[in-house]
Design a protein around this ligand. Structure first.
Ligand SMILES: C[S@@+](CC[C@H](N)C(=O)[O-])C[C@H]1O[C@@H](n2cnc3c(N)ncnc32)[C@H](O)[C@@H]1O
Length: 242
């Protein structure tokens, strides 16, 4: 990791612009519908969002499921993003830490989400084990990232070629479902399901080349792509602990 920029430019830039809850992400809405459907939520629910950025997912959750008393914790690398989360969400507890260095003494959680963050890791198992160890019994863990239907794992490094001082950054790595399912064999107390995510409408290309946009293909009217010339195919992996 030494020559790599850990605090990715794209995350700092996108999520520092406040928290525009009038345009929630489609993926966030879908994930909240899974939380609502698959977990018999008690009134009080502890939830940990890892890589929470400015807290937009947790804010949307509290708005979409107003009858639950969520005890919210958000973890991220960027203190300024967590400051925005604290301004927007009453009572949120925040922790500045990389997932890889998370201590297990922060408690156990009924729901853990890690959305759009796993693609910065070259290895699935270490961050996954950290999250697994924080799941309460009957807890739900949701990971949303790029997964590959084909048995091929992909590691990506990219940088802004127009910025002379830019370092290579990680992100947009793709884990094969094959490798993930092999790792999950070591966790017999987990049941899991995949839900593939499709954009339901078009996204325009933006100035930042690494923000996804959509193109029309033979099989998909709204195929997400990015400026690294990748087709971006994301899935929701959700797991329940016995
Ligand atoms: C693409 S953003 C996704 C933000 C949010 N989860 C969402 O779905 O809108 C990824 C976030 O993960 C954070 N992040 C990146 N690497 C991390 C790590 N090792 N540990 C914790 N957070 C990390 C970044 O700072 C950024 O806020």
């Amino acid at each position: 990791m030494s020559n790599l920029e850990r605090n990715r430019t794209v995350d700092k830039d996108i999520y520092s612009n406040g928290n525009d809850s009038s345009f929630p992400k489609e993926s966030h809405k879908k994930i909240i519908s899974i939380i609502q459907k698959y977990l018999p939520l008690p009134t009080q629910v502890s939830i940990l969002d890892v890589g929470c950025a400015n807290g937009s997912f947790l804010l949307l959750l509290s708005k979409m499921l107003p009858n639950h008393d969520f005890q919210m914790t958000g973890i991220d690398l960027h203190p300024n993003l967590l400051e925005i989360a604290k301004k927007n969400i009453n009572g949120i507890h925040t922790i500045i830490s990389p997932i890889e260095e998370l201590k297990s003494d922060i408690g156990l959680f009924d729901v853990i989400t890690c959305l759009g963050t796993f693609s910065v890791f070259d290895d699935f198992k270490l961050p996954f084990t950290k999250l697994y160890n924080l799941m309460a019994k009957k807890g739900l863990l949701i990971i949303f990232t790029e997964f590959n239907e084909f048995p091929i794992d992909v590691i990506v490094r990219y940088k802004d070629a127009q910025n002379e001082s830019a370092k290579f950054e990680s992100g947009w790595n793709i884990f094969s479902k094959y490798s993930v399912e092999k790792i999950l064999q070591d966790y017999p107390d987990l049941t899991y399901q995949w839900v593939d995510f499709k954009m339901p409408f078009s996204l325009k290309k933006q100035a930042d080349h690494m923000r996804s946009w959509t193109i029309k293909t033979e099989s998909d009217n709204f195929q997400q792509v990015n400026g690294a010339q990748q087709l971006v195919n994301q899935s929701i992996l959700y797991l329940i602990k016995e």
